[in-house]
Design a protein around this ligand. Structure first.
Ligand code: SME
Length: 154
């Protein structure tokens, strides 16, 4: 996917979020647009922070056993605690990794933040090793910023 394709996708997601009747609908549509646009995004989901736990919201892909993740656990918990994007090229080599599917080889987790506070995060798994590059990080950080606006208007 080229930078232009990514910008077109961000534009489509921005429009869908702006037209969505609720934050829940905005998240569902963002998940759908990302999953449909990028073949190596095998599992796409959004977790929302509820107290000290991340709670699974809209997702596409195989059902995950990890519907609630404490802040200290998993790659998801680490990204929320560190308030930073985490890219893992080989999930099987990362002791923090909580397995969702045996096929998963790499993962990216991007916090959704507003005024320095974590509201939730975008979590994407790929069945390809080292699937996520700088382009994915930039794309998903833009989508996270759009979702932060939608969630904070609640
Ligand atoms: N792999 C994540 C758990 C969520 S599932 O991938 C959907 C983690 O290590 O936090």
């Amino acid at each position: 996917m080229t930078d232009t394709d990514r910008q077109d996708l961000v534009t489509a997601i921005r429009s869908a979020i702006a037209a969505a009747p609720s934050p829940d609908s905005a998240m569902t549509q963002a998940v759908r647009l990302l999953k449909d646009a990028i073949p190596y995004y095998s599992w796409v989901g959004i977790y929302l922070l509820d107290g000290n736990e991340l709670v699974l919201g809209p997702f596409l892909g195989k059902p995950s056993p990890h519907t609630r993740i404490p802040l200290g656990r998993g790659i998801c918990g680490a990204a929320a605690s560190e308030k930073a994007t985490i890219v893992v090229d080989d999930v099987n080599a990362d002791p923090r990794y909580l397995a969702c599917s045996i096929e998963t080889r790499s993962e990216i987790v991007v916090p959704i933040m507003e005024d320095g506070e974590v509201l939730g995060e975008i979590d994407i798994d790929s069945d390809r090793p080292a699937a996520f590059g700088d382009g994915d990080r930039r794309l998903l950080e833009q989508v996270a910023a759009l979702l932060a606006e939608s969630l904070s208007e609640e």
